[in-house]
Design a protein around this ligand. Structure first.
Ligand SMILES: [Zn+2]
Length: 153
């Protein structure tokens, strides 16, 4: 039975999300400090939608947070599920002109430490093919064993 995600993989994304939450809380605090509410009768008036600088600041804060969240998810997708290193060596296979005969095009990324590879479909059909991680728990062990057997022969 292979492990789908290692604890390191889950800890990494949790740390990234906690870091994002900290950055977003600090930047929201900075927006509220830099753009204080007006004194007087409008002190308790909601500023979002009525104050242009505050509304622009919150809008940019939201967009930055959304962009960082998307970046975290994208970065995590292209990491090894076991050792969390970046997946490398993209290799495109398949034939665009004959999907039925040559196979649907996809790109595979491998972990340089031999833990597995990630298949990303390049053609998005109605069949709903999704990215697929294939783990090789003992790829290097198998290679070393094959090499030692070849040397012995
Ligand atoms: Zn790995």
């Amino acid at each position: 039975m292979s492990v789908r995600f290692s604890a390191r993989y889950i800890v990494l994304i949790v740390l990234k999300l906690l870091g994002l939450a900290g950055i977003m809380a600090a930047s929201l605090w900075a927006i509220n400090v830099l753009l204080p509410p007006p004194p007087g009768l409008l002190h308790d008036w909601p500023r979002l939608g009525s104050s242009l600088p505050y509304t622009l600041g919150i809008g940019l804060w939201f967009l930055a947070g959304y962009g960082l969240l998307r970046f975290i998810i994208w970065d995590q997708r292209f990491r090894c599920r076991i050792c969390c290193s970046r997946l490398r060596m993209p290799l495109t296979e398949g034939v665009y002109s004959s999907v039925w005969l040559g196979g649907a095009p996809y790109t595979e990324f491998v972990c340089t430490w031999g833990h597995g590879k990630l298949f990303i479909p390049d053609v998005h059909l109605a069949s709903g093919r999704k990215a697929m991680w294939v783990g090789y728990n003992s790829l290097w062990d198998n290679l070393m064993k094959a090499e030692s057997e070849a040397v012995e022969k």
